[in-house]
Design a protein around this ligand. Structure first.
Ligand code: PLP
Length: 421
């Protein structure tokens, strides 16, 4: 008996099919992962029924005594996990977290430095159509043309010239460790506040395999669903002195009632990230990325910055006479999901850029390791070299399906959706 399948077969069938896709293919989008079953249970729980505008102990709705417990636990765990002075666990997503921080420390028209979207930044770091680019005067910094590393000479020069009120560090497509201390030095010199958006590598910070921004930044924002491996949501951490304004700018500044089922799911994610085995997961994500990068390089592919220190790599597919769109499609036909991506100083358009972005978090969560990465690297290289060879792509798809059977997704295909009794 499955109430969802009975009531709404169209939606159930699509969920079923997505569960099958997640099990049978290789999920290599750098920002995706698989949550645990307890996280899915919380995300699908009765807490979705509850309104709780306000904060624990100060709500605008009755009946909040139980959700107050949940949110207090989530705040305490976020602070403990990352060593932060204060936390707000209500942002619905990473974009909302960033917007609330901007409202907390900027006036409309203020100047901010952020990483160029075309060089690895995020939409919320000043893209013209995003609220960040519409409300504030974002000046973009970038990476060095030769080595593709963050260009700190340029960042310091821009900071001295434009005197920003805020510097935003963090990226969506940067394959190297981000030195937060260098951003802090520049921010201190010009009297700017520092916000680090660690959405992509928060799980690596939690596992101790990437340096933490907490000692250096006034504000740290993150999503909770990427390397961190929690539910699809957001989080802000800050110095205690900034909390009052941050809280006010999450609610009522940018959001109404918090999604308490997601707050509960975040609390579980933070607890999971404090377990000893999480360190092994974080290390394995990085080790797997290194092996995959080496395999691709030795197959003759070109990587932005020549490799990776973290969970992702950017492959310049123009080296094999491809565009990003066709590369993404060829891999998709094999059952390997990646996304096309601009690379630094790209000469092509965003709709068909020069690169693809590949990440290892989701495969690592399934338990895949060094041997599997070598196989995956071989498949990727073959597919990119012969993207029109339908029979070969089909063959790879079959091999991938077989390998995936040995690495079931952690929560099972649809288990959280099945009734408990
Ligand atoms: N910040 C960074 C660096 C990201 O990569 C992303 C998502 O890709 C976000 C923020 C936004 O997160 P969300 O999609 O949850 O709004």
């Amino acid at each position: 008996m499955n109430p969802l399948a009975q009531q709404d077969p169209a939606i159930w069938d699509a969920i079923e099919a997505e569960g099958r896709r997640q099990q049978e293919g290789l999920e290599m989008i750098a920002s995706e992962n698989y949550t645990s079953l307890p996280i899915m249970q919380a995300a699908g729980s009765v807490l979705t029924n509850k309104y709780a505008e306000g904060y624990p102990g100060k709500r605008y709705y009755g009946g909040c005594e139980h959700v107050d417990v949940v949110e207090t636990i989530a705040i305490d765990r976020a602070k403990k996990l990352f060593g932060a002075e204060a936390a707000n666990v209500q942002p619905h997503a990473g974009s909302q977290a960033n917007t609330a921080v901007y409202l907390s420390c900027l006036e409309v028209g203020d100047t901010v430095l952020g990483l160029d979207l075309a060089q690895g930044g995020h939409l919320t770091h000043g893209m013209k159509l995003n609220i960040s680019g519409r409300l504030y005067n974002f000046i973009s910094y970038g990476v060095d043309k030769e080595n593709h590393r963050l260009d700190f000479d340029q960042i310091a020069k821009l900071a001295r010239e434009h005197k920003p009120k805020l510097i935003v560090a963090g990226a969506s497509a940067y394959p190297r460790e981000i030195p937060h201390d260098r951003f802090a030095e520049i921010a201190n010199e010009v009297g700017a506040k520092l916000m680090v958006d660690m959405a992509h590598y928060a799980g690596l910070v939690a596992a101790g395999v990437h340096n933490s921004p907490i000692p250096f930044a006034d504000y740290v924002t993150t999503t909770t669903h990427k390397t961190l491996r929690g539910p699809r949501s957001g989080l802000i951490m800050c110095k205690e002195e900034h909390l009052k304004l941050v809280n006010r700018n999450v609610f009522p500044g940018t959001q109404g009632g918090p999604l308490m089922h997601m707050v509960a799911a975040k609390a579980i994610c933070f607890d999971e990230a404090m377990q000893p085995e999480y360190k092994m997961y974080g290390q394995a994500v990085v080790d797997n990325a290194k092996t995959l990068a080496e395999t691709l390089l030795s197959a003759g592919l070109r990587l932005v910055s020549g490799g990776t220190d973290n969970h992702l790599m950017l492959v310049d597919v123009t080296a094999v006479d491809l565009g990003g769109k066709k590369a993404e499609e060829a891999l998709d036909r094999c059952g390997i999901t990646v996304n096309m991506n601009m690379i630094p100083f790209d000469q092509r358009r965003p709709a068909d850029p020069s690169g693809i972005r590949i990440g290892t978090p989701a495969l690592t969560t399934r338990g895949m390791g060094i041997e599997e990465m070598k196989r995956v690297g071989g498949w990727i290289a073959s597919a990119l070299r012969s993207p029109d060879d339908a029979a070969m792509l089909e063959g790879i798809r079959g091999e991938i399906k077989d390998m995936c059977e040995q690495f079931p997704v952690p929560a099972g295909r649809n288990s959280a959706l099945m009734p408990a009794n």
